[in-house]
Design a protein around this ligand. Structure first.
Ligand SMILES: Nc1nc2c(ncn2[C@@H]2O[C@H](COP(=O)(O)OP(=O)(O)OP(=O)(O)O)[C@@H](O)[C@H]2O)c(=O)[nH]1
Ligand SMILES: [Mg+2]
Length: 1027
């Protein structure tokens, strides 16, 4: 790479919904510029970037991979990414390393769920997007649209995509304004104000050249400029004027030879915009003349002549009209030229791109604590600066980001180094046992130069250069073994690579699990973490078929965990090895990799371990009464410790759903706040969160969310209830000052409130009073002690008892944590339940032997345990007594199907307990789009069943959406007269869905299951008689 010039580099990724043609497009770009890697004839058929067997077999891309191309004097690193929801984490890894994105949309299918997701991803990562409308050919011969209809369709898609982008822009606009208004001093920061512009202009405009119309299958495509140049001489207009006129409501008046608006043209409603007249119509004519039996065969000749095309006669004489057509059109409008000229023109080089991506990659840190070494700050700033300007000089600090690790079989590594020397790939740092697979880092260099044998620091996302010694575990020292340019599956060794390049690095396998920042200095902030769209939710337990293979399996799981950026491997509390994947397709590939590459043993895979939650029924209609009864302390469950000294009383209440949601979704930040990591004072930690989350990640933000959640509850109350609404709000505010703990695991969606009773009046017992620890941390209570100090302590005896009560506080919290971690229905976590626990401790009985201190302390240990158990049991019993309900996870599901299969699709949805939200016919296409919620427990095999029943015509994509309580009472027995009339006395009632699910989980966990063994005995007898 002698003549290195970062201005001549483009790093791009191709992003789209599944099957919209990304890999097919990549094929053509590789065929045209990959230096003979792919023969043009095979382009679109080979799917070069889908080099894994599993990808070829299923015809979907499963990982992102890069290829270095040369177009004119530009170096282009092209990353193909998967469109399937299961692999969406790979989109994040691809986007992080690129500066621009080609967003593909299938012109027939239009914008889909993943189109939204990838637009968002490219927005978050500050990529410069270009739009590629693919499969234009389908509009011609599949939908048989007229050019005018096709134009309207394309116009609508461009409009829709622009609409999505503008919502992101306005989100940013609003949050920018918000943060300005909430500025510390109230002063307006004029320097920043400049950047906040309400950018009304559409992102994608064909006239600007950032939209291409293509058919990746046949290898042709064009932007407006191709046609503008062609017509410039013919119409006697400048190509710049035509460029503006060839999209939108611009018409050509043949008499005056003028470009006019709609009014200036004759023919009224029949007039065609110039795009239709000059672009689509000629294209349509070429297609028709080639494909229709009575087509005008002379037209192709005309095109060949007027564009001076060289089409080999052999191809022209082919009997298949499609091949003839492709031969002509792909030479007339070569796809690779259309796309790559757009890339070179519209997508910034690394120097330009890094100057504005820096705010996302390395957000500016505000250092608020004193006593830090200013030289460290100065150097870290210098590093940031050289990333910002993409400094590729050898003196600049070397900084790179690794967005994922991937495994390649060691035998696939190049045998020779950059200078032709023979390498021994097996002498690996991993030791001999793991050397079948070699781990490479997928990385982009953002500053300086990397070379093989260089020593670098590997920084994890939590690293903070200002905290010196305490950060040791987040930084490692490593040597880069070798560097490669990636050529899809192939690797080309290079001695060094400079800022702006995308490379694969060997030698970091032992140091990086999923992603990391590499730097030549310790005094560097790590890059911000990547944003993932979903988390792995499909969990299965895995064991070797032969127990003797356990070690191999564990090694295999370890390798898989490293090789796949998204998979999660854990050991459950029952000792099972649990593998979490994003969905069925992902899971299947993981299992296959485990069996064939990483563990090489045969495996048993459990059915999916679906998680449930447990809650109680809650009526929003009488929310206020619920609150009141909780205060009165009337309806409680009581338990006594074994030794009789402690009385535990528990009351429960269902939390408002909005509050539950906030607690659930903000678990990470709440954990930091409660753990004391994130206080109101050290704001620098907050800044580490990604910039889009900045708003929510502060104590103030969370507090506001919690308040809003409570208030949102009363919004739906009618006007007449204003009084009650006000009371309700006040009551809640009081409750929020009493949050003692969250559970399970300190941060879950369940609350333990401190008791607000004074003390039991009628005897000597003392109340174990909690402290509103969480409320304090959240700033919900200004000043604890709120006039609520423990009752006056006079005698020595009561004082001792008070101290004992205080020491029992932890046991109460632990009891609450245990109860919320495993509910009474089937030992699953509780969800949205609030507890008030009153624990009274009475004085030691007189006869206790005071001299035996040893025995006492031993007894004390037992006693705390007893309190914990009693609290746990009482909490669980309270849930059982208050209409327990099972909560299940729901997927949001988008289905597409041709009209004729709508019936069969609904039948499948019905069987899977799905709830349909919306259905609509896609305009101008025979497809129906249906949105529905499907329980996660029913989703396994859902896609397969759908495919079977609709002969493969319907497709579904699932995204994890929310938790939902099943309305059924799992312990339903007919009670009222009506119910008895309908269901009989209960002996023949089949277990309802909730009960069945509970039983399945209980059976899996080895818990006792109550089941009637003989059902319908009478019916069986009747049947027997008939035979
Ligand atoms: N008619 C038509 N079909 C196309 C076109 N481009 C791609 N296809 C077909 O669409 C299907 C999907 O193409 P791929 O390139 O594998 O799509 P992809 O976007 O890479 O899919 P994933 O990587 O799995 O998300 C293949 O059958 C292609 O032949 C096109 O322009 N016209
Ligand atoms: Mg693909």
């Amino acid at each position: 790479m002698g003549d290195f010039d970062a201005h001549k580099i483009r790093n791009i990724c191709i992003l789209a919904h599944v099957d919209h043609g990304k890999t097919t497009l990549a094929d053509h770009l590789i065929a045209a510029t990959g230096g003979g890697l792919l023969h043009p004839k095979m382009a679109g058929k080979l799917r070069f970037m889908d080099y894994l067997d599993e990808e070829q077999r299923r015809a979907i891309t499963m990982k992102s991979s890069s290829i270095a191309l040369h177009y004119k004097d530009y170096s282009i690193n092209l990353i193909d990414s998967p469109g399937h929801m299961d692999f969406c984490s790979e989109v994040s890894t691809a986007a992080r390393l690129s500066d621009g994105a080609l967003i593909l949309v299938d012109a027939v299918e239009g914008v889909h769920i993943q189109t939204h997701a990838v637009l968002r991803q490219s927005w978050i990562e500050k990529l410069t997007p270009c739009l590629v409308l693919n499969k234009i050919d389908r509009l011609i011969y599949e939908l048989k649209l007229s050019p005018m209809e096709a134009y309207n369709r394309l116009l609508r898609i461009v409009h829709e995509v622009n609409g999505i982008m503008s919502t992101y822009k306005s989100e940013k606009y609003l949050s920018d304004v918000d943060s300005l208004l909430a500025g510390p001093s109230g002063e307006v920061d004029y320097e920043n104000l400049e950047f906040i512009e309400d950018d009304e202009e559409d992102t994608f405009q064909p006239q600007k050249g950032n939209v291409a119309f293509v058919c990746a299958l046949d290898g042709w495509g064009f932007g407006i400029s191709e046609f503008a140049e062609f017509y410039a001489s013919k119409l006697g207009a400048s190509s710049a004027a035509l460029q503006k006129a060839l999209w939108g409501p611009k018409y050509f008046n043949p008499k005056t030879k003028m470009i006019v608006g709609k009014k200036g043209v004759e023919g009224g409603s029949k007039a065609r915009p110039m795009f239709v007249q000059f672009v689509l119509e000629p294209l349509w004519q070429v297609y028709q003349s080639a494909l229709e039996p009575d087509g005008n065969k002379g037209l192709l000749e005309k095109v060949i002549k007027s564009f001076n095309l060289h089409v080999p006669p052999r191809e022209l004489q082919n009997k298949d009209p499609k091949i003839v057509l492709q031969a002509v059109v792909s030479r007339w409008l070569p796809l690779s030229d259309a796309i790559l000229s757009m890339v070179v023109k519209c997508i910034p080089d690394p120097i330009a791109a890094q100057s504005f991506r820096i705010s996302r990659l390395l957000p500016k840190r505000e250092v608020l604590y004193d006593a830090v070494d200013s030289s460290i700050i100065a150097e870290a700033d210098l590093v940031r600066k050289s990333v910002e300007i993409c400094d590729s000089s050898p003196e600049a600090p070397s900084v790179a980001f690794v967005s994922k690790m991937f495994a390649v079989p060691t035998k696939m590594l190049p045998q020779r180094g950059p200078n032709g020397e023979i390498l021994n790939n097996y002498s690996d740092e991993n030791g001999s046992s793991e050397s079948d697979e070699c781990f490479l880092a997928f990385a982009r260099i953002f500053s300086g130069v990397l070379y093989s044998q260089q020593r670098v620091f590997v920084l994890s996302a939590l690293y903070d250069p200002l905290r010196g010694e305490s950060m040791q575990k987040h930084v490692q020292d490593a040597e880069l073994h070798s560097l490669y340019l990636m050529m899809g599956q192939g690797l080309k060794p290079v001695a060094s690579a400079k800022a702006g390049d995308v490379v694969a690095i060997r030698g970091l396998g032992q140091h990086i699990l999923k992603s990391a920042t590499l730097s030549s200095t310790r005094n560097c902030w790590p890059f911000s973490s990547m944003a993932f769209q979903v988390s792995p939710t499909l969990r299965v337990a895995i064991e070797p078929s032969d127990p003797a293979d356990m070690t191999a399996l564990m090694k295999g799981l370890r390798l898989l965990n490293r090789a796949d950026p998204f998979v999660e491997v854990t050991v459950s509390s029952r000792g099972e090895h649990v593998l979490a994947a994003a969905g069925e397709v992902h899971l299947e590939r993981c299992i296959k990799d485990l069996k064939e590459r990483f563990a090489k043993v045969s495996l048993e895979v459990s059915p999916p371990l679906v998680s449930y939650k447990e809650t109680i029924e809650g009526h929003t209609s009488n929310a206020l009464d619920n609150l009141k009864s909780l205060r009165r302390g009337s309806d409680y469950v009581e338990k006594t410790t074994l030794n009789g000294r402690c009385d535990v009383r528990v009351q429960v209440m269902r939390l408002p759903p909005a509050l539950t949601k906030v607690l659930d979704e903000s678990a990470d930040i709440l954990g930091d706040i409660i753990g004391g990591k994130l206080g109101q004072t050290n704001r620098d930690v907050q800044k580490q969160g990604s910039s889009i989350l900045q708003d929510e990640s502060s104590v103030e933000g969370i507090k506001k969310h919690i308040m809003d959640a409570v208030e949102s509850e009363i919004l739906s109350w009618s006007e007449t209830d204003k009084d009650r609404a006000e009371k309700y709000k006040l009551k809640w505010q009081k409750f929020l000052r009493r949050i003692w703990a969250l559970g399970p695991g300190q941060v879950g969606p369940n609350i333990l409130f401190t008791s607000d009773l004074k003390s039991k009046s009628n005897d000597l017992s003392v109340l174990v009073r909690g402290s509103p620890h969480v409320s304090e941390r959240l700033g919900l209570v200004d000043n604890y002690s709120d006039g609520d100090t423990p009752a006056d302590t006079s005698s020595e005896e009561t004082q001792a008892l008070d101290m004992e009560a205080e020491s029992l506080q932890n046991s109460v919290v632990s009891g609450f944590q245990l109860a919320t971690a495993a509910g009474p229905l089937c030992d699953e976590q509780m969800w949205g339940v609030a507890f008030v626990v009153d624990v009274y401790i009475s004085p030691l009985a007189e006869q206790s032997d005071e001299s035996d201190i040893n025995q006492q302390s031993e007894q004390y240990g037992i006693f705390t345990g007893q309190v914990m158990t009693a609290v746990k049991d009482a909490c669980r019993a309270a849930v059982i007594q208050n209409k327990p309900r099972l909560v299940e996870a729901m997927y949001f599901c988008e289905l597409n199907t041709p009209t004729e299969y709508l019936g069969s699709m609904y039948a499948v949805l019905n069987r899977k307990r799905a709830r349909v939200l919306k259905e609509e016919m896609q305009e101008g296409s025979p497809l129906f789009t249906v949105h529905a919620y499907v329980p996660v427990s029913e989703s396994f095999g859902f896609a397969d069943e759908l495919r079977r029943w609709t002969s493969g015509a319907a497709s579904a994509l699932l995204v994890l959406s929310h938790w939902e309580a099943l309305p059924e009472d799992p312990f339903f027995v007919p009670k009222t007269e009506e119910e008895i009339e309908e269901f009989g006395d209960g002996s023949s009632v089949l277990p309802n869905t909730a009960r069945k699910l509970i039983n399945t989980v209980r059976r899996r966990k080895g818990l006792p299951v109550e089941e009637k063994v003989v059902q319908h005995a009478t019916k069986q007898r009747t049947l027997a008689r008939k035979v």
